[in-house]
Design a binder for this molecule. Sequence first.
Ligand SMILES: O=C(O)[C@H](O)COP(=O)(O)O
Length: 293
Amino acid sequence: MYPIRQQFGFGFVCASRSSVVEPVQLHSNGNSDHTPKKSSESSLILIRHGESLWNEKNLFTGCVDVPLTPKGVEEAIEAGKRICSIPIDVIFTSSLIRAQMTAMLAMMQHRRKKVPIIVHNESEQAHLWSQVYSEETRKQSIPVITAWQLNERMYGELQGLNKQETADRFGNEQVHKWRRSYDIPPPNGESLEMCAERAVAYFKEHVVPQLTAGKHVMIAAHGNSLRSIIMQLDKLTSQEVISLELSTGIPMLYIFKEGKFIRRGSPVGPSEASVCAYTRKLAQYRQKLDSMV
Ligand SMILES: O=C(O)[C@H](O)COP(=O)(O)O
């Protein structure tokens, strides 16, 4: 008898009841359709969630779990159209619904039509009860790993407060420091530096091994967890990161090659010539998708 977990799971071992991503075991019988290659390059898409109900109301949200507005849903769908010809093998999202909705809605637009499936490793039972018993079906799936470490910065006692009213009360300068400085935390909340400690650590421990193994990755997360990751990727200083602003629902593409991250900007759309010109591999992938229709 084969061990059931090895045979049918996504390869996300839950020995310690946490999501442990083993890139080379994504397809545990070795029949991966993206066999990792030593010299491979991979793509990394970062996307901030679409507009949430509290973005719309201009409230500090942080780790409060608020869903998307209809506009946010539209933004996620539009984002999906912009990246629909870029390969994606594994998705990481925060544990918050606005990031998860964004990832799922964006994937509905993808031309490869694989099914994104949330990996449940929160308990042994959750893991066992969410197994897929068809190798073929599993090949047509994309694992979605949720991680609290990718959550929005915890905004402390600002959570639920109106941003404009807070600026009126404490002054624009103070509120700007709380929102954009690197090391000044909002009252009882996380500074960007504190957010980076868990988000960048997670990125290095769980995302980079996937990229190194040749997997194409999408991360759907938040303004500040992504700012901390981009700060690392683009080697921004704590001064430079102050002016880094991320719009909701705009995907950003990086190419990971020979251990380096090359920023390729934001894909405008599937027909945009430059998307295909990003790398020869991306152009080939696009051609493969064209031949499938
Ligand atoms: O948590 C929030 O309120 C927003 O998602 C991000 O807020 P910011 O623009 O103040 O960083």
